[in-house]
Design a protein around this ligand. Structure first.
Ligand SMILES: Cc1ncc(COP(=O)(O)O)c(C=O)c1O
Length: 381
């Protein structure tokens, strides 16, 4: 590999960059590794539906042109799908792009962002990048968002609160009634972001959050401080194209547009997402299958003595504490990638049936090599 330019020269004064970014965690994400079973990124194991691949191929001849910056077709389709005006919708480069924009419009240096913890690992980094102060509110012992504690953590400096449901990495979902109670006590000038990246996998819940429905109902009542995020990355299997969407009040959508990176949602992403909406039945069937697999894997692990919280997402959380890294290494030796959170646990994506079988076999072998006691006695969370 080539040495980075200048690495062999004496140190010259560094450009003046922000000292408060020292120590900012680096998001590593997926590094493609051939021949591995990737259960570490909560992706769909299904290739996009044929109609989606066809739409991508058809758009390839137009790539000399910039994308439609307003994404008129996709926005109109989503507006129709959710019964809202296009003016209430913003598209982004993945829902993570929208998380960044939401922080940009709400927070100046020193303002506070409240997040549940542990939750989506990107939240603290993007908040700190904006100069905001991150307040982490621990999950309950059942690995669920502690909404009353999050409400109690709000101060005069709080500008934004992330509510991640189902929560990454624990899979726990909060109900609509719980979120309504929470919103009832949050000051109306604090932006609440309902991050529903995995909403399509919560089928069967008695009182599912459906943040899009909740935000729409609130907007009709003139209540504007809650927004909801969804993505084409998970249920729709388009993680490689980067397209997410946000439902908000019109002034919030307008501000999101102002801070957007120009042309952030590529033409291929827009066309693929429109085609994916045409295949919603197929997508729903795939989600049902993954939910079935999730329950099969969870039951098998529970039967084998593992602690596995209920999940409403396309992944399971194994709160194995100090055994997290050794279990991930054990899986890697068997060519399976899982996501370890050192000292806390391991997140395992629900993959294709055979991949899930491989994971169960690896978990069984881990128990046989004497680690099952570690698994059973590990501290929660
Ligand atoms: C909770 C949560 N929100 C948002 C995202 C971002 O998804 P994307 O940017 O692919 O839409 C993820 C991705 O893993 C996630 O887990």
């Amino acid at each position: 590999m080539m040495t980075p330019a200048g690495a062999d020269r004496p140190a010259a004064p560094r450009p003046r960059v922000r000292p408060d970014l020292d120590g900012l965690p680096l998001f590593r994400g997926r590094a493609a590794e051939g021949g591995m079973i990737g259960l570490d990124c909560n992706e769909s194991p299904f290739a996009p539906p044929v109609a989606v691949s066809d739409a991508i191929s058809a758009a390839a001849g137009e790539l000399n042109r910039y994308p439609d910056n307003a994404a008129i077709d996709l926005t109109a389709r989503l507006a129709e799908r959710y019964g809202v005006s296009p003016a209430n919708l913003t598209l982004g480069a993945g829902s993570v792009g929208l998380c960044v924009q939401l922080i940009q419009i709400a927070c100046a240096a020193g303002d506070e962002v409240i997040i549940p913890w542990r939750s989506f690992e990107v939240y603290p980094a993007i908040a700190r990048t904006a100069g905001a102060v991150v307040r982490r509110v621990p999950l309950t012992p059942e690995h669920t968002l502690d909404l009353p504690a999050m409400a109690a953590a709000i101060s005069d400096r709080t500008r934004l609160v992330f509510v991640c449901s189902p929560n990454n990495p624990t899979g726990s979902a909060v109900s609509r009634a719980e979120v309504e109670r929470f919103l009832g006590v949050v000051p109306s000038d604090v932006l609440v972001v309902l991050d529903e990246a995995y909403a399509e996998f919560t089928t069967g819940d008695a009182d599912p959050l459906d943040g899009f429905g909740l935000v729409r109902d609130r907007l009709r009542q003139g209540r504007t401080n809650a927004v909801a995020l969804r993505t084409f990355s998970k249920a729709y299997g388009l993680a490689g194209l980067r397209v997410g969407y946000c439902l908000s009040a019109v002034p919030v959508a307008e501000l999101l547009g102002r801070v957007a990176v120009p042309y952030a949602v590529a033409t291929l992403a827009q066309r693929a997402a429109v085609a994916a909406l045409d295949c919603e039945e197929e997508v729903r069937g795939r989600c049902r299958h993954l939910v079935g697999e999730r329950e099969r894997v969870r039951t098998a692990l529970l039967d084998a003595g593992w602690d596995v919280p209920v999940s409403g997402a396309n992944f399971l959380w194994l709160p194995i504490g100090s055994a997290a890294e050794s279990f991930a290494a054990h899986c890697r030796e068997r060519r399976i990638l899982v996501k370890a959170f050192p000292g806390e646990g391991v997140r395992v994506t629900v993959g294709a049936d055979a991949e899930n079988d491989a994971l169960l076999a690896a978990a069984g072998q881990f128990a046989q090599v004497g680690a099952v006691d570690v698994v059973r006695s590990a501290p929660l969370g």
